[in-house]
Write a protein that binds this ligand. Sequence first.
Ligand SMILES: Nc1ncnc2c1ncn2[C@@H]1O[C@H](COP(=O)(O)OP(=O)(O)OP(=O)(O)O)[C@@H](O)[C@H]1O
Ligand SMILES: CC(=O)N[C@H]1[C@@H]2OC[C@@H](O2)[C@@H](O)[C@@H]1O[C@H](C)C(=O)O
Length: 377
Amino acid sequence: MTERYIGLMSGTSLDGVDGVLVEFSESKPRVALHRSAPFATHLRAELLALNTPGGNELHRAALAANALARVYAQVVADLLAGAGIEAADVQAIGAHGQTVRHRPQEFGADAQQGLAAAGYTLQLNNPALLAELTGVDVVADFRSRDLAAGGQGAPLVPAFHREVFGQAGETVAVLNIGGIANLSVLGADASVLGFDCGPGNALMDYWCQRHTSRPFDAGGAWAAGGTVNAPLLQVLLGEPYLAKAPPKSTGRDLFNPDWLTARLRPFNALAPQEIQATLTEFSASACAASVASYAKSSKSLIVCGGGALNTHLMQRLQAGLPQVAVMSSEARGLPPLQVEAAAFAWLARKTLRREAGNLASVTGARGERVLGAIYPA
Ligand SMILES: Nc1ncnc2c1ncn2[C@@H]1O[C@H](COP(=O)(O)OP(=O)(O)OP(=O)(O)O)[C@@H](O)[C@H]1O
Ligand SMILES: CC(=O)N[C@H]1[C@@H]2OC[C@@H](O2)[C@@H](O)[C@@H]1O[C@H](C)C(=O)O
């Protein structure tokens, strides 16, 4: 029997929601339909603002979560209508929520020292409202259990990458370039390594919006017309996070406008376009360095996330990895903007089946755990 799940992902780029309807039968999961919805300008601005401490946060976060659940419900309605099916035809929705804080690093040995030392990860969401609006069971809060077991709570997609992109007897590297970039190394022996490499599009998007009023640099065309500034690139690549050994994960908590502004201070004579070129090179170099260090025997690099649509970024990645065939996940049957959403459909199914969703080898958790919380319709 074919089972259907819906996966909803709104990631650190804060561009909106990607939703997919995924069919599970005997073979690999198959995406039957993809729908997306951008965030209204005020919701995007509020979600972005909630990434940094500010006034009346609890109230604002609750309202933003309600608004987010309504966008999620609209995407679910679009998927059901597009597929010509009913809520009852879908087993569950996996709704990631919107990460507004990710601070796993204080967790662990220091946790005994008091509240301030305990790590956490926070995804805004209102799964109860989503269940109410859609009439479908919702699985949410995927990351907390891994964190509770001593893990980073991220990245979670490497297990799904193994399911859809893994090749017996061959090492395969998969790179997601969203707001933040994360790498999965799928070993020839089915072992999996994975971690966040550093910034993906987040800094590039910020700079592009600020100087061109466009939310992202389409195709990387603006960056491609600029010159990379080598001294600034060195400063950016000097960020200690990049040299840390996995398990590791990061977010806008580190790679944000304040981080960039502090590093740009000595470079105020540079033209905005040179800085965009350098930020693009920074993302490409940080990702290429991760592949070179941790996926040495991989002959191919499958790229997903919106960054795969940035032609210039893809060319710079390829230039940094001459021995590796860099390709979009589209070439392996799954378009780049569908991969993460499909992963959360897959993870929701794991939860309903009481199967572990995390990989301790990736997150550093004490063991594999059933992730998420179920909100029955
Ligand atoms: N045509 C394009 N050219 C260049 N960049 C693009 C294009 N389309 C999308 N992007 C980039 O991809 C981003 C969206 O990517 P995606 O949806 O994978 O991120 P996300 O899921 O929000 O992030 P994360 O994976 O960190 O959670 C946009 O913000 C933009 O930077
Ligand atoms: C805390 C959080 O939301 N992390 C995201 C973010 O976006 C990319 C990278 O940082 C990755 O670690 C993760 O997302 C994907 C879906 C993951 O968990 O694998």
